[in-house]
Ligand binder design. Structure first.
Ligand code: ATP
Length: 232
């Protein structure tokens, strides 16, 4: 399997706060991986490192064959990111919102608008975002992250606060993307039945990677940190 992301012994300190401590893992093309951990575990920091938004204190990061923090990072356009708690202008319609992001990313507006159908917002595309439910806004966020057909998709807690049915729908969309070859990393506070459907689960606890593998493999680990309170 081709590796799209390589994290090797990465540490990130924010002053005295050690957000990530010596984490290593690789992600393959078409892999759907759930990144699990409580608040402050280091999930967002790992994503920002992969995006090149921040630099590591130690260790190396390679995304699509390059260092994402390098000035001339060629893979930037092939990364999609849905930040935690993304918010949109309530006065714009779904179409206007995506057109805005397409222009920002210098991608064709017409192909960006097709993504509204792909995430099931086709019928609502001419409605103002202010009238959207939380689930619809999250799907709009996903469509925004998909502009330019990224090879690596980083989704920061996209299903938090969604009801089970919406979480399910959201998951189906990203499972399809992974099947089509996109690397999808999805973070979450909890390991529920939904995250268990990801091919692989990485568990972070206070900046340390404490488990990594298929859910079957994790079930066989006798003593996971009690702080994680897994529902396995
Ligand atoms: P959450 O579920 O709250 O998003 P997380 O697992 O994404 O948690 P991070 O946001 O990566 O965790 O935070 C890891 C640690 O780093 C936390 O202790 C946090 O307070 C700290 N931290 C994050 N960003 C900064 C920053 N810019 N300056 C100082 N400390 C930070």
């Amino acid at each position: 399997m081709m590796k799209t992301v390589r994290i090797s012994d990465v540490t990130k300190d924010y002053g005295r706060v050690k957000a990530v401590r010596g984490a290593s893992f690789e992600l393959g093309q078409g892999e759907l991986v759930a990144l699990i951990g409580h608040n402050g575990a280091g999930k967002t920091t790992l994503m920002k490192l992969m995006l090149g938004l921040i630099r590591s204190t130690a260790g190396s990061i390679e995304v699509l064959g390059d260092n994402p923090a390098a000035g001339q990072f060629a893979g930037r356009r092939q990364l999609g990111y849905l930040p935690e708690n993304v918010s949109f202008d309530a006065a714009l319609t779904g179409r206007e919102t995506l057109a805005f992001y397409a222009r920002l990313k210098r991608e064709p507006v017409a192909s960006a608008l097709k993504l509204l159908d792909a995430v099931g917002l086709g019928d609502a595309s001419r409605r103002r975002v202010g009238t959207y439910s939380k689930g619809m806004r999250q799907r709009l966020g996903l469509a925004q992250a998909l502009i330019g057909h990224p090879r690596v998709l980083l989704l920061d807690e996209p299903t938090t606060g969604l009801d089970p049915e919406l979480r399910q729908t959201f998951y189906e969309v990203i499972q399809r993307l992974a099947t089509e070859g996109t690397t999808v990393l999805l973070s979450s506070h909890a390991l529920t039945e939904l995250e268990e459907r990801a091919g692989r689960v990485i568990i972070m606890n206070r900046g340390v990677k404490v488990a990594d593998g298929s859910i079957e493999k994790l079930r066989n680990i006798a003593r996971l940190p009690t702080k994680i309170r897994l529902k396995v």
